[in-house]
Design a protein around this ligand. Structure first.
Ligand code: SF4
Length: 98
């Protein structure tokens, strides 16, 4: 199952609605390695590396993601679904890189 489909099944959120406008920029935090918009683009490209990004597992990024997308994508829900998908693919562990 693609990352996009896994997220859609879990949340109803379709990252296909992302227009790569990058208006979801949040202040950079030390435990982030890429912007939220880039994380969403990785999901669109079904890039499994998204599951090992520090941004995905950053709680500060997670909470800052609430309402960050001005186009209505619930990035908070998307990130939680991605974390669960990562655990599912790694036998319950968050991710080998984390
Ligand atoms: S603000 Fe929303 S539509 Fe724009 S890049 Fe971020 S997630 Fe995508």
């Amino acid at each position: 199952m693609s990352l996009r489909r896994a997220v859609k099944c879990a949340t109803g959120q379709d990252v296909y609605t992302c227009h790569a406008c990058f208006d979801c920029e949040i202040p950079h935090m030390n435990d982030m390695d890429l912007p939220l918009g880039s994380l969403i683009q990785m999901i669109l490209q079904d890039d499994e590396e998204a599951l090992g990004t520090r941004t995905l597992w950053s709680d500060s990024a997670l909470y800052a993601a609430r309402g960050a997308c001005k186009r209505g994508l619930d990035i908070y829900a998307v990130m939680l679904a991605l974390r669960e998908e990562s655990k599912r693919r790694n036998g319950g562990a968050p991710h080998p890189k984390i």
